[in-house]
Design a binder for this molecule. Structure first.
Ligand code: KG4
Ligand code: ZN
Length: 334
């Protein structure tokens, strides 16, 4: 069967077609994305109303492109999957309303999808995806959570951030040292040339047995250091800031992942979400997993950020579990 996935939760308008064979093996056939990043960059971050308006303009074209590149027509599609939460409400409503109309007009089942779980389900589009149970770490611009995934429709959140998300912290620190939005990828590059020991930043891992994080203390410490140096007429080295900040993030995340492996005894780890594209985090997680005898799955970079493919992948599992929606489907912030 063919599944079309539609994603409009933040600043990418995306649609993709995935096929599922009789054994449930998924294959990505097309992956169309219209990014709004250039537009939001002017404002230093996502402007929700502009995001909703840009989704409205792009959604029909992006969907048509996904179908065309997959070489199928809408009549071939067996299921329309759409991100219905969490995300920016005005952005989500565009995708949900579009998907609802597409499904209703063509008499195709409609399947709502959780955006964060979809980031994790993108791993099923890789060559040798893990069989659940596994531990998933979803780290993005809006979320930082650890789950026990018992099946692709059974996620138990065992830890999360108590304030900012990791990506949000990368973006804010990067912005103050002059990097355009979203700063994550440039922070990654800058960190390659910096000294990770230059500054001792606080860990984002909450110092208790929980699997929770707090990124606001780390972010504030970095911002204070940059600003107090400026008051003294000194510009802190941006590569050192990026490297030291990234080290604090990696150490904090790896520590909690180590606890999760020890506590649950599960030795399969999936790293997903926009921040999982970070080369230092990927390397640190690979080392941590090797030390703990755990196997790590990371996604190709194209599947780390927001995309329609992950929505189609999770949509398939939700559909098979009967998790369809009717014409009353709505969107929710979280
Ligand atoms: O998953 P995503 O595309 O959107 C959300 O669901 O939030 O994640 C976007 C976040 C942004 O904060 C962006 O700066 C960050 O992922 N990001 C990175 C890297 N590439 C993207 N953060 C650190 N290193 C990267 N290489
Ligand atoms: Zn995302």
């Amino acid at each position: 069967m063919y599944i079309i996935g539609i994603e409009t939760s933040c600043d990418e308008t995306a649609a993709a077609v995935v096929s599922a064979d009789e054994g449930g093996k998924l294959k990505l056939l097309s992956d169309a994305v219209a990014s709004q990043v250039e537009m939001h960059r002017l404002w230093g971050g996502v402007v929700p109303e502009l995001a909703g308006r840009a989704h409205i303009e792009a959604i029909s074209h992006v969907t048509a492109r996904a179908l065309k590149e997959a070489g199928i027509g809408i009549g071939d599609v067996g299921c329309v999957a759409v991100t219905s939460f969490p995300g920016l409400i005005g952005a989500l409503l565009v995708g949900v309303n579009f998907a609802k109309t597409l499904a209703y007009a063509n008499n195709i089942p409609l399947v709502p999808v959780n955006h964060i779980y979809a980031h994790v389900a993108a791993v099923t589009l890789t060559e040798e995806p893990p069989d659940p149970p596994f531990i998933a770490f979803a780290v993005s611009g809006g979320h930082t959570s650890i789950y026990i995934v018992r099946s692709y429709t059974d996620f138990e959140e065992i830890g999360t951030t108590r304030d900012d998300a990791a990506g949000e912290a990368f973006d804010k620190v990067g912005r103050v040292i002059g990097m355009p939005y979203p700063a994550g990828a440039e922070m990654d590059r800058a960190a390659c040339s910096g000294n990770p020991e230059a500054y001792a930043f606080p860990s984002p891992a909450i110092k208790d047995p929980s699997f929770d994080f707090s990124f606001s203390g780390l972010k504030t410490a970095a911002l204070n250091l940059i600003n107090s140096s400026r008051q003294k007429g000194i510009e802190a080295d941006r590569c050192d800031i990026a490297a030291s900040f990234t080290k604090a993030v990696c150490d904090g995340i790896c520590g909690k992942v180590r606890n999760a492996v020890e506590t649950t005894g599960i030795r399969k780890i999936v790293l997903a979400g926009g921040v999982s594209a970070n080369s230092h985090l990927r390397a640190a997680m690979a080392e941590e997993c090797a030390r703990n005898g755990a196997r790590l799955w990371v996604l190709p970079k194209q599947l780390c950020g927001d995309n329609g493919a992950m929505v189609a992948a999770l949509g398939y599992y939700n559909f098979m579990a009967g998790m369809t929606a009717d014409e009353f489907l709505n969107a929710y912030t979280d």
